[in-house]
Design a protein around this ligand. Sequence first.
Ligand code: ASP
Length: 327
Amino acid sequence: MLTPLFDLGTYKREPRFTNGFYQKDILSVSQFSKADLDYIFERAQEMLAMCETWGTCDLLKGYTLACVFYEPSTRTSSSFIAAMERLGGKVIPITEGIQYSSVSKGESLIDSMITLEQYCDVIVLRHPEIGSSATAAKYVKAPIINAGDGAGEHPTQALLDLFTIQRELGTLDGLKVAMVGDLRYGRTVHSLTRLLSQYDVSLRFVSPDTLRLPLDLMNELIDKGLNVRETNKVSDVIENADVLYVTRIQKERFSDLAQYEEVKNYFVISPDLMAQAKEKMVVMHPLPRVGEIEYKVDKDPRAAYFRQVQNGLYVRMALLAAVLGQA
Ligand code: ASP
């Protein structure tokens, strides 16, 4: 009989909170009620305070995250890694090296997910197919957090976007929000629009004709009785907007590159355009930008896109802790 290595005592890994998030997959923004959003945002505020005071803590000590990205990412992958590390957890990052993993040998997404689940407690997944996270979640017990499923949704981005609007403008009601750019393929737009539709907002959609908001989403908004309008000119919306949510024209989603070339420089937010906007408003962007906001705009205090990036860390810390029952 060997001398036991560990004195495990009576400790059990159990959830500290019963708020409905424990072990839940985060697949779509439609899962979130207003009360859920308030809860996550309050926790995110606590994460912010913790980061400013201590930098790191032990809340998720003993937990491991697998961070799996089948599509490029800078902010989402690194912010989830930073979030887990600031909470004292560990990360298996499968991002840049995905071409060296078994996926390149033809392993199916599900086999990879089931394998990774054996090593971790939660999985963050980005994949080019719409519905991929939902499919993975059917086979995997560990919570799956959708970090972007093709042109489908990007729920954690939408949560951090909403948190940013609340922090910047102090409210989510009574706002005029203009979404600009690739509204057809832009998953961040799809998710944020759905979240905003729970509030008393007016929505303005600004895009070239070929990149308009998908019809089913537009109909959802109309059925909810929201005040919505479409246009193809930023100048139609800039004066009244409280939020200008600018997005990139996403080259990788076009099957016909000639179509992309036609619209790629359609919108550019410049200091001249900003001069027409309200004094109290915010310009947001999920990033990366590829020319649609001039660098000169960065100095404008209304440019909130880098503060938005920082908020992503706190919101993702709150979400990870919540699905692991520790927040
Ligand atoms: N980073 C965002 C996304 O992953 C926006 C973009 O790529 O343009 O959807």
